[in-house]
Ligand binder design. Structure first.
Ligand code: ZN
Length: 241
């Protein structure tokens, strides 16, 4: 008799796809194994909440000799309850999960990404203001961009190193451009660089006091998404904010 060796980890459910009649493939971003996709049979998937809601689970699974992963046990430890309260919050959570769904490949243990995602989902779940949600999402993207090695300076122009009249974000040049360098650059996205700098540098206690309009914050998020996805030669999915 061959004993199956079970692996245990904690993961955030980021994607479900159906296979066969009632079974599913579940993709988790885990704290110790990176991105893992598990086949789950109907009896196991009945423990899951409604489709497309992010939740955090303790999971155990096994890997066959052919490298297929099968779910054994699943136990919800956080369902980020506040996110379920409105469609708007749900779409915020999709903005958090989409880089993990689209840009990251299987395996590759990266606890920073797990913790960042978990913190962002928890914070949005607990927040009561849309502006707070938008600040959280901005901070999430800024940190993810830096962590994935495509970070940019928020206080000088990437082309001429000038510190004044910072004006736009440009994926092709890899950072912030001043007004002069923005001219003639085809892929620029006009952003409020001062606010971006505040989001990057504010200490926790006054982070949520940053004074910026919804429009400024939304534009920043969308621009950073485009910037991040461009670095992987693709476009972000279109999700409302
Ligand atoms: Zn410049």
């Amino acid at each position: 008799m061959i004993l199956k060796k079970f692996k245990k980890t904690t993961g955030i459910l980021i994607k479900e796809t159906k296979f066969k009649e009632k079974s599913k493939y579940l993709t988790f971003y885990t704290d110790s194994k990176g991105l893992v996709t598990l086949a789950a049979f109907p009896a196991k998937t009945s423990f899951l909440p409604v489709f497309a809601l992010p939740s955090k689970y303790n999971i155990s699974y096994y890997t066959t000799p052919r490298d297929n992963n099968y779910l054994r046990e699943i136990d919800c430890i956080d369902n980020y309850r506040g996110i379920h309260s409105s469609f708007n919050k749900l779409s915020m959570s999709w903005h958090i999960l989409s880089p993990l769904r689209k840009l990251i490949s299987s395996g590759g243990e990266d606890r920073f990404i797990f913790n960042l995602t978990d913190r962002a989902l928890s914070a949005i779940s607990e927040s009561r203001k849309k502006k707070t949600d938008l600040l959280i999402l901005n901070s999430f993207y800024l940190m993810l961009i830096i962590h994935l090695g495509v970070g940019f300076s928020v206080n000088l122009c990437v082309k001429c190193r000038n510190k004044n009249n910072l004006y736009s974000l440009s994926p092709k040049t890899g950072g912030i451009l001043c007004k002069k360098c923005s001219a003639g650059q085809s892929d620029i996205m006009i952003v409020n660089v001062k606010i971006l700098e505040e989001i990057k540098n504010k200490k926790a206690e006054d982070f949520f006091n940053i004074s910026a309009s919804f429009k400024v914050l939304t534009t920043l998020i969308k621009s950073m998404e485009i910037y991040l996805f461009s670095n992987f030669s693709t476009k972000p999915p279109e999700i409302d904010l």
